[in-house]
Write a protein that binds this ligand. Sequence first.
Ligand SMILES: C[S@@+](CC[C@H](N)C(=O)[O-])C[C@H]1O[C@@H](n2cnc3c(N)ncnc32)[C@H](O)[C@@H]1O
Length: 267
Amino acid sequence: MKMDIRLAAAKFYDLNPSVPRDIPFYQALIPSHTATVLELGCGTGRVTIPLASDCRFIRGLDLSPAMIDLCCDKLARANLPAGRVAITQGDITSFDLGQRFDLIIAPFRVMQNLKSDVQVDGLFRCIRNHLAPGGTCILNVFRPAYAPDEWRERWLARGERLSWEVPIEGGKVACFERRIDVDEQHRVLYPDLVYRRYEGATLAEEVVLHLVMRFYYPEAFESLISGHGFQILKGWGGYEGEAYGEGPELIVQSKPGGMKPGVQAGS
Ligand SMILES: C[S@@+](CC[C@H](N)C(=O)[O-])C[C@H]1O[C@@H](n2cnc3c(N)ncnc32)[C@H](O)[C@@H]1O
């Protein structure tokens, strides 16, 4: 098994106060209370656990044992009906769960961690193989803030900056984003997240998480999805009703079959 890049950083994940307000969005898209849901890259269960009350069964899949351990601890305390949630360790680009789902989701930009076309192809192949008849999938990436040739000059130039800071007992945790590199040609960012835990004013611990974030422009994201043989059903630009291509996010619901280009604005 590969090294868990989130081993030391996982414990800081749920402290982040600036995660998207996406849970009601996904809850509203669960087709019925008898639906089955698969969450790709479920992490600590931030979305999995609240969605569990709105469906018959939800499975979370994640690569990181450290994130899964935290998810399972939270699940043990969540008092959900037996058999409502299952968590599996695995790679979202190559899995076979022997089960099909009515809805497959990948909240908080999970698929941007996939750097290569081979991985992205694997993701779409696995989604197709795990959707029940009539099932849909919702994918999310951020909407790029800069033009394709501006990243080096504008994104990289900002260096390290504070993302968030929260008080904890006896001190605080601060998370900084350190911008390491950008591959403009292949549209990949290399940010580090630097977590610093302070006891009082003294730095007690520093953990660095090296991330890969492949980015997609609105049209390219649609083409990626339809190019993998999925029919686009709806698109959104964020969780506050923003139109596709206008808000901070790109969120697309699709289903297998058809190459219909263009998204219909979400309501
Ligand atoms: C930003 S977190 C999102 C977690 C959760 N979806 C949420 O919204 O809070 C990204 C998660 O994707 C997982 N991940 C990244 N690449 C993966 C892969 N190839 N297979 C499975 N999980 C992956 C990471 O381990 C991490 O838990």
